[in-house]
Ligand binder design. Sequence first.
Ligand code: PSU
Ligand code: MN
Length: 301
Amino acid sequence: MNKYLDIKDEVKQALKEGKPVVALESTIISHGMPYPKNVETALRVEQTIRENGAVPATIAIIGGRLKVGLTAEDLEYFGKKGPAITKVSRRDIALVAARNQDGATTVAATMIIAAMAGIKVFATGGIGGVHRGAEKTMDISADLDEFVKTPMIVVCAGAKAILDLNLTMEYLETKGVPVFCYKTNELPAFYTKSSGISAPNRADSAQEIADAFNAQQSLGLGGGLLVANPIPDEYSMDPLRINGAIEQALDEMEKAGIHGKETTPYLLDKIQKLTGGESLESNIMLVLNNAKLAAEIASSL
Ligand code: PSU
Ligand code: MN
């Protein structure tokens, strides 16, 4: 086993016995939601995974150790410290490990560490993608390229409309990444059920997704598989309201001259402030919904 990796006993045992395990990321805790809702949500997500028959493994870097499975104290520490924790994507892992620092893992970094531990399924809220204006800024999240390299089923609620969703889908197609939309013919857009963009593939059961991933690996194609699971109807937001907030957040970002890795956390925070508790509540409910589906997929593998 990798000398930097620390797998929590409960997770290690489950993996050894071939029991279903679901990975979770930590940037959503530190940079994606405000304290204390972030910690509360992290605990609820773990609970939901347990209720659905799988073992949760939240992933983060603590003192240079790549942790697979966090304690309640670890979650509190990450949630409270928030954006003061280094946001770690693929390029940052080695540096943070070598310096014995703490790091909150993004989707890309979580995929890498979860795969090192032998985990195959990971639940989150939204993934990074191709940003609006990427033809000038070249801002394309490292999350997308990770699907080329790392075998992992990632369950999300689509991507926020802070991104260019059409370009994001084009990019995934170019990179050869399979995308399944769960029980819908349209790509979900995080806060809303539909984006107006057709689903590349539709899946109607967890088993179908597990079978596709097994075939992908057996065929030697490698890489990850993205599942876009729409937000439940009752929590889907009014598109006009949420898109208005997104436009305003993008405007303010441009004025503030934000770029690089600060972009996504800045936009997430602005949107939350502009829409008040409503978008946060939707965000929490869609993550729980994804945790449930991820546990079902892990059980189907
Ligand atoms: N989108 C969300 N919520 C999040 C993120 C994205 O709706 O919390 C976080 C995830 O950790 C994701 C990261 O992997 O932001 C992407 O950052 P970037 O765009 O800098 O790659
Ligand atoms: Mn970026």
